[in-house]
Design a protein around this ligand. Structure first.
Ligand code: AGP
Length: 612
C-alpha cells in the first residue's frame, strides 16, 4: 500500500528519495510524488502511474536539504495526479504525505468548509493538512504543536510527514497504527514506512510508536507524544542485508523468494529445536507455560495467504497437540462479537505485521482477555509489537506481492507450536515426536531437491494451460488449505479465475464446471486419503477434465489417471504442505510470466494492506 520516504541532510535529496520510492514500489501503488522547498516555497511534483513517470517530471529539479516522497494506493478518490500525494495546505505553507485512513475526515472537512477552506482533491489527506493549517492559524502555534493539536481531533490510522516552507530545517513525522521508521545517519536523517529506502545509508533506526510525533532535522531527532510528554529516542540496529531486498541474479523477486524457501525454513528453525530432537524451544511459549498447560481453545486470525497457513495450523495443532482450533478471517472475527474466554489463545499470523484487519482483530482479542500471540515476519511491526509475545518467522524480507516464503515459514512456526504443545502435556502419544522433528530438520533439503526436479516440467505444463480461463485446485485433509493457497497464487498473479476446494466436496457443485477445457490440479500425496483422492481424480477424467496431479516420487496409480504428474519428495503428512505448495507456486509463476503479467506487482494488489 502507500509508502513514505524522506530525507534531510547535505546529500542528494532528490536521488535518495526517488530511489527510495523505487524500493517501495513492491508495496503496490498507483501514483507517486515528492515535495521540497525551493526559494522559500514548497514545490510539489506528482504523477499517476509508476515512479519512472515521476522521474521524468523532476528531471530538471535540483533539490537540496530536504525532500519527502510518497507512493499512493488509492483509498479516497481515483488514482490520478490530483489525488496523488504530497498535498498542500490551502495557504501552500505546508505539505503532507500520509499513509492510512482518517476515518472522521468528512466531519472535519465539513467544519473546514464552513470556515472557508477549499479542496482540490478527494482525499482525506488534504483534510488533515488543512486541519493542521487551521490550528496553526487560530492557535498561533508552531508546526509541531499544531500537528499535536490537530491529531488529537483525528480518528483513524496514520503515519505522516509534514514540511513547512518557513522552516526548511526539519520534517515533522507522526504515527498511529501505521508504521513510521526514522533512519539515523551521520548528520543526515531518513524517514520511511519501512527500512528498504534507506538500508544502503544506515541500519540505525528508531521505530516511532503510536501517538508519537518527531521533529527530524539533519543533526537531531526530538520525540514527544501527542500529550507533549518527551520521549527518549531508542535507536536499534537493523539485522537486514541490502542483498536481501535486491533481486540478485533472479528475474523477479517472486522467483527469488520461491527458491529461497529452503534457506528461509532453516532460519525459521534456527535455535528452536533441541539437539536430541525431543524439544522445541519457543521463548514466547516458554514464558507462558502455566497458561498453555490449561489452554482450552486456540483461535487463529489472519488474512489471505496467512489465513491459509492458519488453516494448515488447524490440522497441525489439532492433529499433533489435540487442542481445538478455530481459524477465522480477521475481518470477520472483528465484526461478529466473537466468543473469547481468558483460557483461549489467539494467534495472529501476518507476514507484514501491518495488516489492518489482523491488527484490529488482535486488539479486540486482547481487550477480551485472551492470551494473544503473534507470528510475523517483519521485525518490530505493529502486530508483533501489539501482541507483545510471539515468534518471528525470520524468512527475510519478502518483496514480491504474492506471498511464498512467508507461507512456508509460517507453516513451519505452526509445526513448532504444535510440537511444543504436544510435549507440554503429551497430548497425543501416538505421534512419534522425535521422528517428526528429525524429518522437519531435514525438510529444507527435500524442498531444494523438489524445486530443482520439477521446475522444467512445470514450465512445459504451463505452456499447455496458460490460456485456460478457469482452474480448479483440489486437496484433502492438510492438503486442502494448500489447494486454496495454490488457487489464490494463480488468480492474484495471472488473473486467471481459480478455486480451491476440498477434493470430496467437488461433487457437491464444482463438478458441473468440469469439461475438456477445465484444468484441475489435484494434490495426491497423503497416504491416509490417497485412495479417496484417486476416486476424485477418476470423476474428473470421466468428464474429460484435464488433470495435473501432485504426487510423491514413484507414484504408480495416479500416473495412470492424470494427464500430467509432478513428482515431489515424500515426507510426513503433517509436514507435506512445505513441499506440496512448491509446485503450485511455480505453476502460477510460469503461467503468469507466459501471460506477460507483472508477477512482483500484480494489478490492484498491495504488499501490506493497511486499511480495513
Ligand atoms: C498473498 O499472496 C497476498 N499477498 C495476501 O493474501 C496476503 O497474504 C494478505 O494480505 C495478508 O498479509 P499479511 O500476511 O502481511 O498479513
Amino acid at each position: 500500500m502507500c509508502g513514505i520516504v524522506g530525507y534531510i541532510g547535505p546529500g542528494d535529496a532528490k536521488s535518495i528519495v526517488i530511489s527510495g520510492l523505487k524500493r517501495l514500489e513492491y508495496r503496490g501503488y498507483d501514483s507517486s510524488g515528492i515535495a521540497f522547498i525551493d526559494d522559500d516555497s514548497i514545490i510539489i511534483k506528482k504523477k499517476s502511474g509508476k515512479v519512472s513517470s515521476l522521474d521524468s517530471v523532476v528531471k530538471k529539479d535540483k533539490i537540496e536539504g530536504l525532500c519527502i516522497g510518497h507512493t499512493r494506493w488509492a483509498t479516497h478518490g481515483l488514482p490520478n495526479d490530483l489525488n496523488a500525494h504530497p498535498h498542500f495546505s490551502m495557504n501552500k505553507n505546508l505539505a503532507v504525505i500520509h499513509n492510512g485512513v482518517i476515518e472522521n475526515y468528512l466531519t472535519i472537512k465539513e467544519g473546514l468548509v464552513n470556515r472557508g477552506y477549499k479542496f482540490v482533491s478527494e482525499t482525506d489527506t488534504e483534510v488533515l493538512i488543512n486541519l493542521i493549517q487551521d490550528v496553526q492559524t487560530n492557535e498561533k502555534t508552531g508546526l509541531f504543536k499544531s500537528i499535536q493539536l490537530a491529531l488529537s481531533q483525528v480518528v483513524g490510522a496514520y503515519s505522516i510527514a509534514v514540511i513547512d516552507k518557513k522552516n526548511s530545517e526539519k520534517i515533522v513525522v507522526a504515527k498511529k497504527g501505521s508504521p513510521l521508521i526514522i533512519g539515523v545517519g551521520n548528520n543526515e536523517n531518513f524517514i520511511a514506512s519501512d527500512p528498504a529506502p534507506f538500508l544502503n545509508y544506515t541500519k540505525n533506526v528508531i521505530y516511532l510508536k503510536d501517538n508519537e510525533i518527531a521533529e527530524v532535522s539533519a543533526s537531531e531527532i526530538k520525540i514527544k507524544n501527542i500529550k507533549n510528554k518527551s520521549k527518549r529516542p531508542y535507536i536499534e540496529k537493523l539485522n537486514i542485508e541490502l542483498e536481501a531486498i535486491e533481486k540478485g541474479n533472479y528475474e523477479t523477486f517472486m522467483l527469488k523468494e520461491i527458491y529461497e524457501q529452503p534457506k528461509a525454513i532453516v532460519e525459521t528453525l534456527r535455535g528452536r529445536i533441541s539437539s536430541d530432537f525431543k524439544r522445541t524451544r519457543l521463548r514466547g511459549l516458554n514464558e507462558n507455560i502455566d497458561f498453555l498447560k490449561n489452554v482450552k481453545k486456540i483461535i487463529i486470525i489472519a488474512c489471505g495467504t496467512s489465513w491459509h497457513a492458519g488453516l494448515v495450523g488447524e490440522y497441525l495443532i489439532e492433529g499433533i497437540a489435540r487442542i481445538p482450533v478455530e481459524v477465522e478471517y480477521a475481518s470477520e472475527f472483528l465484526y461478529r462479537d466473537p466468543l473469547i474466554s481468558t483460557n483461549d489463545m489467539v494467534i495472529a499470523i501476518s507476514q507484514s505485521g501491518e495488516t489492518a484487519d489482523t491488527l484490529s482483530a488482535l486488539k479486540l482479542a486482547k481487550q477480551r482477555g485472551a492470551f494473544v500471540y503473534g507470528i510475523c515476519n517483519v521485525v518490530g511491526s505493529s502486530i508483533a509489537r501489539s501482541a507483545g509475545v510471539g515468534t518471528y518467522t525470520h524468512a527475510g524480507p519478502e518483496i514480491g506481492v504474492a506471498s511464498t516464503k512467508s507461507f512456508t515459514s509460517q507453516v513451519t512456526v505452526l509445526i513448532l507450536i504444535a510440537l511444543y504443545l504436544n510435549t507440554l502435556k503429551e497430548r497425543n502419544s501416538s505421534i512419534k515426536i522425535t521422528e517428526l522433528t528429525k524429518e522437519l530438520v531435514q525438510i529444507s533439503d527435500k524442498m531444494s531437491r523438489t524445486i530443482d526436479d520439477i521446475n522444467d516440467k512445470i514450465i512445459k505444463i504451463s505452456e499447455l494451460y496458460k490460456d485456460a480461463k478457469n482452474f480448479l485446485y483440489l486437496g484433502r485433509g492438510i492438503s486442502f488449505p494448500v489447494a486454496l493457497e495454490g488457487a489464490l497464487k494463480l488468480k492474484e498473479i495471472s488473473y486467471i479465475h481459480a478455486e480451491g476446494y476440498p477434493a470430496a466436496e467437488m461433487k457437491h457443485g464444482p463438478i458441473a464446471l468440469i469439461d475438456k477445457n477445465m484444468p484441475t490440479v489435484i494434490i495426491a500425496t497423503n497416504k491416509s486419503n490417497y485412495e479417496k483422492v484417486l476416486i476424485n481424480a477418476e470423476e474428473i477424467k470421466a468428464r474429460s477434465g484435464k488433470l495435473i496431479a501432485i504426487v510423491n516420487k514413484n507414484d504408480k496409480q495416479m500416473s495412470k489417471i492424470a494427464d500430467h504428474v509432478i513428482e515431489i519428495a515424500e515426507t510426513n503428512n503433517f509436514l507435506s504442505p512445505l513441499i506440496t505448495t512448491l509446485p503450485l507456486q511455480l505453476l502460477s509463476y510460469h503461467i503468469a510470466k507466459m501471460r506477460g503479467c507483472n508477477v512482483d506487482q500484480p494489478r490492484n494488489l498491495a504488499k501490506s494492506v493497511t486499511v480495513e
